[in-house]
Design a protein around this ligand. Structure first.
Ligand SMILES: [Zn+2]
Length: 105
């Protein structure tokens, strides 16, 4: 048993919520910068996009957040919006390849 055998990161799957304030494009760019020259070079980043829902209980309708605003309040009545989902920023899966055993190509 080689519990701590050297391994290389092959793939990571990350859940990114629509309301998590993370831009998938920027996350991919940052990922390339992180794994770019290191031992995990070539590791794939998979983004699982999770749309969110912002509901105004007063208007009884789904609302959008104000453009450029971080405050989640209803633009029509000023009530706080109820957030359902979309706030995830989680690593879901990590796939490791034992060092020296990965298939070429
Ligand atoms: Zn409202």
């Amino acid at each position: 048993m080689r519990a701590h055998a050297p391994a290389r990161l092959a793939r990571a799957k990350v859940a990114v919520g629509e309301l998590s304030a993370v831009e998938p494009d920027l996350l991919s760019f940052a990922w390339e910068a992180i794994v770019g020259e290191g031992p995990d070079q070539g590791a794939a980043l998979e983004i699982d996009w999770r749309p969110g829902r912002q509901y105004c209980p007063t208007c009884r309708a789904d609302k959008r957040q104000g453009e450029g605003s971080w405050m989640r309040i209803c633009l029509d009545c000023g009530a706080p919006l109820q957030i359902e989902g979309g706030t995830e920023l989680d690593v879901i899966e990590i796939e490791l390849v034992p060092a020296g055993e990965e298939n070429p190509g």
